[in-house]
Write a protein that binds this ligand. Structure first.
Ligand SMILES: [Zn+2]
Length: 134
C-alpha cells in the first residue's frame, strides 16, 4: 500500500514539474506570436506597433497586466496540477476580468479598438462591443 502511495506522489510531482516547466518554457523560450501574460510579464509581439497606435498598445499592455493582477496564469496552473481543466468558460471570464482591469486604468475605448483590429473572432467582437458600452 505504501509503495502505491509513493508511486502516486511521484507521478503527481512529475505532473506538477511538467506544468511548471511549460510555464517557464512559454516565459523564456517560445517566440511571441500574440500578446499574452506569461506568468511574469506582459509579452507583446514585435509586429504589434505596425497595427496598433501607442494608446492601443498601452491598452493591450494594461489588459495583460490585468491577467497578472488577477493571477490567472497561476490559478490555471494550480487547476492543471490538480488535474482540472481551466476550461473555455473560465478563460472567457478571465479575458473579461483583464478587460475590466484595462477599463479601470482608463484604457477601455483603446482596448476595444485594439480588439477590433486584432481579431474577428466572435468572442473578441463581443468583448469589443462590451467595452464600447462601458
Ligand atoms: Zn487576455
Amino acid at each position: 500500500m505504501q509503495t502505491a502511495i509513493n508511486i502516486i506522489c511521484w507521478l503527481w510531482a512529475g505532473w506538477v514539474a511538467f506544468n511548471l516547466l511549460m510555464v517557464a518554457l512559454v516565459a523564456t523560450a517560445l517566440p511571441v506570436h500574440q500578446a499574452h501574460f506569461d506568468g511574469f510579464r506582459a509579452r507583446l509581439p514585435t509586429w504589434l506597433p505596425t497595427l496598433l497606435t501607442a494608446d492601443e498598445i498601452a491598452a493591450v499592455t494594461s489588459h495583460e497586466n490585468g491577467h497578472r493582477h488577477h493571477l490567472h496564469v497561476w490559478t490555471n496552473l494550480m487547476l492543471r496540477c490538480l488535474f482540472l481543466n481551466p476550461g473555455a468558460r473560465r478563460r472567457r471570464r478571465q479575458e473579461l476580468e483583464a478587460d475590466d482591469y484595462a477599463v479601470a486604468n482608463g484604457h477601455g475605448c483603446h482596448m476595444a479598438s485594439a480588439l477590433r483590429k486584432l481579431s474577428n473572432h466572435p468572442d473578441d467582437i463581443f468583448r469589443a462591443e462590451r467595452l464600447e458600452r462601458m
